[in-house]
Every structure is written in C-alpha cells, then in structure tokens.
Design a protein around this ligand. Structure first.
Ligand SMILES: [Zn+2]
Length: 363
C-alpha cells in the first residue's frame, strides 16, 4: 500500500509574468515549441516572441487547431520534432495546455503550462483529456510526468471573463469534500495511491481560502483588478484544487457532473458550474451537518454558482432526464464508489430535488 503525492516541478504565480516568460523557462533549453489558441496568438503572440528573442531563444510558435484530437497532437508533435524543439509550452485554456502536455509526452520533453484563465484545475496535474473530432471527450490519460513548470500570470487571468474564474471556484469547491470521502474509504487518488497528510491538508486549505476570498475575488475581477483576493483565488483554482484532486481524490461531485453532462441543456454550462451543483448534491447524499450545508449554499449564492435546477437550465419537470443523469452518476464503476456507502440512482435523484429545494428556500 503506497501513499502518493504528485505535483508540478515548480509553480510560479504573479502579475505580468508572461512578458518575461523566457526568464522562467531558461532552464529547459533554447528551442521551445509554443502552442497558443488563435485568440491567444493575437493577444500575447508578439509579447511572447519578444521575450524569447530578447533572450537569444528561437521559439517555434504554433496556433492550436481547436480540439485535442489524435490528429492535432500528431501534427503539432511532428512540427516540434522536425524543428528539434527541446521543451513544449502551452499558453491558454485547458485544451491548449493539454495538447502541449500530449506533445511533450510523445517527444519525451519537459512541459511548461501557462494558463490564461482559471476556470478549472487542469494546469498542474499530469493528466490530459483526448477528444474526438466532434468534441466528445474520449479518454483521460494519466501521464508519466506532471508539468515541469506552471507559470501563472494573475493579471491576465483577472482580465478574463469573470464567469470563468467563478467556474474555477466551483471545481475547487468539490476538492475538500471529495478528498474527505476518499480518506474515509481508503480510496485511491487519481495519482494511483492513497491520500497523504499533505494532500488532505491542501484540500482543507483549498476550501478555507475559497470561503475567505471567493466573493471578494469575484467583485475585484469584475473591476478587472488583480487584488490579493484575486491572487488567492487564482491559487485556489489552479494550484490547491489541482494538487487537491490529483493527490486527494474524486467522489460524488465529479460523478454527478459526469451524469449531468449527458443532458443536452448542460452543454451551456462550464465544468466547474456543474461540479459545484454536484458538490451540493454530495453534501446531501452524505447527510452532512446542516451548518456546513448552509455555509456551502451561501458561498455558491455569493459568487453566483448554481444552487437550483433553473440555474442549470432545467426544471422539476425534467424528471426523466434527471433520472437518466442520476443513473449515470451512480455507475458503480464511477467515482461514487469512493463514498462510505453505496450510492443508488434514486438517492442521486432525491439529492437533485433536495438541493433545488434548499436553493429556492435560501433565495
Ligand atoms: Zn474538475
């Protein structure tokens, strides 16, 4: 039996870091393969090019094709290989950075991840998701290495749409409760071992920091201000949530997210928004202390995360769809198996209804 904790080699966060990217990536070589989204190339392309060339580095800068497909990875990896690149850099959202992780894995190169949004905990883990040409997620790969460097420019994140930052808080909200379930049941974390004291402490810190700074961070981000609260929430969404889930574990919140992704109406909602709703359901399933439940609902309301069916594009009349989602969520091979009791589809459906009821009561 092994206790496993994984993390990126280095995490650096601060204001304006991306304009000095070459200083931070200097240990990895002289020929980076740099992948950006089309929008990212327009916004940051010149700045990044300048930083590298000012430092005598010759970057190969490429635009991401839009989806993390096998073909996209092979094409980008062929370019990086042909150009003799010595490390891969992904700058942007989760799909861009996951593609950079795949390219680096294929060519056995170090990876540098520079998130420009804080919508999920995708930057730090050694995992990446492969999609079909149609954008359907096919498989999550646990890669042999985490990124060597995660470089986070908080100023850029503060200027991104606020809904993305709030969504990241929703993803982070699950961390403490899912880790607690895994600890209780001695379930393995995504890194393949049991939870360390370090992993559990980070999950706890993730929740406490979220409650302390979440509402203020949203306010400041609406004013495009990179305040201390925003910096703390960027760390919560990126580092604490990322380390927390990978070295802590997953349970009902993410299982419910998976179940609800089968409902068409949910396509309009971000991962973190769905996970936040799943977290509320997990608390109901676990029959948690009413004070704690109240605290989590209040938090969700204070930042605008969904607490009712309407806020996720559904109503009580969608019974059939919700029952289907509950059945997927309660798949015995899925993450609900990490709860200290057997989760049946009907229990999940009842939890949807209870969350909806409390969400309305607290309006
Ligand atoms: Zn997540």
């Amino acid at each position: 039996m092994s206790y496993v904790f994984v993390s990126p080699g280095k995490y650096i966060q601060g204001k304006g870091l991306l304009q000095d990217i070459a200083e931070y990536t200097a240990p990895f070589g002289k020929k980076p393969f740099v992948l950006l989204s089309k929008g990212g190339m327009n916004r940051f392309g010149d700045m990044i090019w300048k930083s590298f060339t000012d430092h005598g580095v010759d970057p190969v800068m490429k635009t991401f094709g839009g989806e993390v497909t096998k073909k996209e990875i092979e094409n980008q990896a062929a370019i990086a290989d042909k150009e003799g690149c010595d490390y891969a850099v992904g700058i942007g959202g989760g799909k861009v950075t996951d593609t950079a992780k795949f390219v680096a894995w294929k060519l056995k190169l170090p990876t540098v991840v520079c998130p420009t949004i804080a919508a999920t905990d995708a930057p730090t883990p050694g995992r990446a998701v492969l999609y079909s040409e149609e954008g359907v997620s096919l498989k999550t790969y646990q890669l042999p290495r985490n990124p060597e460097l995660v470089l986070v420019d908080a100023e850029i994140i503060a200027k991104a749409p606020v809904r993305l930052l709030v969504s990241g808080m929703g993803d982070a909200l699950a961390t403490r409760f899912e880790t607690a379930a895994c600890l209780k049941t001695s379930s393995k974390n995504p890194a393949g071992g049991y939870t360390t004291v370090a992993g559990a402490s980070l999950a706890e810190a993730c929740y406490k920091t979220l409650i302390k700074y979440g509402a203020q961070a949203k306010q400041d981000a609406m004013n495009k201000e990179c305040s201390l609260a925003v910096e703390r929430i960027v760390e919560v969404n990126t580092l604490l949530s990322g380390l927390g889930f990978e070295s802590g574990g997953l349970a009902s919140a993410h299982a419910i997210n998976k179940g609800l992704t089968h409902i068409k109406e949910w396509d309009a909602y971000y991962h973190g928004e769905k996970v936040a709703f799943g977290t509320l359901c997990q608390l109901i399933l676990e029959d948690q202390d009413p004070e704690l439940i109240k605290e989590v609902f209040s938090f969700c309301k204070s930042v605008g995360l969904p607490t009712t069916l309407e806020e996720i594009g559904l109503t009580e009349k969608d019974e059939e769809k919700l029952k289907q989602a509950a059945a997927v969520a309660a798949d015995p091979a899925g993450h609900t198996k990490n709860e200290p009791f057997k989760v049946a589809p009907d229990m999940v459906y009842q939890a949807f209804m209870k969350v909806h009821e409390i969400g309305h009561q607290m309006a």
